[in-house]
Design a protein around this ligand. Sequence first.
Ligand SMILES: [Zn+2]
Length: 344
Amino acid sequence: MRATVMYGAGDVRIENVPDARIIEPTDAVVTVTRACICGSDLWPYQKMEPTDTGRVMGHEAIGVVEAVGGEVRKIRRGDVVIMPFAFSDGTCVFCHDGLQTSCVHGGFFGTTEVAGAQAEAIRIPLADGTLFPVQVDKDDALMPSLLTLSDVMGTGHHAAVSAKVGPGKIVAVVGDGAVGLCGVIAARRLGAQQIIILGRHADRIALAREFGATDVVSGRGDEAVERVRALTGGLGAHSVLECVGLDAAMTTAISVARPGGAVGRVGVPQNEMMPASQPAFYSNISVSGGPAPVRAYIEELLPDVLNGTIQPGRVFDRVIGLDDVPDGYRAMNDREAIKVMVEP
Ligand SMILES: [Zn+2]
């Protein structure tokens, strides 16, 4: 089968790899009908050390179950399924707590250990706990929005939940990538009164406004902080969604939070140290977040996707086949595309 293999920074190839197959009796094999390129895939695209073996990329997909192992009970051949970006058993203490990204038997797709979804097919470990079947046709018009439940919409929602967004809250969203845009959707859905997006790309800002952003701040650094303060009566935001992962974004996030406020971070941190620790301390700002347990959020978000209340699939502004995936990485990295959908 064909798959996307990354060998180093800027080196993405479409290659023939061994077919996805059942290895453990709890596995399933899914034919990928739609996958996508994630903002977090751009970190290795920019920084990965060259390797000879490469890494099959991709952690977001929707597809059709092709085969199941002997111990799979809930998932059946022919099911249309959403694949969360992490696999999980669905039975351990953390899965029961709704934190499947910490599953004691779990892990992540698109790593050097577990092959990814930018491919014709994918092996799913722990299929019963991982996959979420949906009762729609594989070519339903809602597919782009359903695909975002694999990662970006659940991740934006996690940022909002971690930042304690609720009715009447003033929210700031740092980052105008697909996750930041989904964070705007989530904040509005949870009842925020004012939603300020910090971003600089005209196409993304326009979409943010349609998703519910009330204010746009396009400056950076101190200028952006001043502007958010001006928009919030000098006090700052109750809830800040950090959707980038760079130190500068985290510093901005903490700087625009009001005393007693909360920062929910979902951007993958690119440094070990957390910046702005002292300002966060002196203003009693809580900082939480991490890899979103999107498996837990599918249930909550799915009805709103099915009835059209939210349309997160609008973040996809380019659809390509597998052969064009290397150019899809380039387009996202150059900020030419917001988010690229792949139809293998
Ligand atoms: Zn578990």
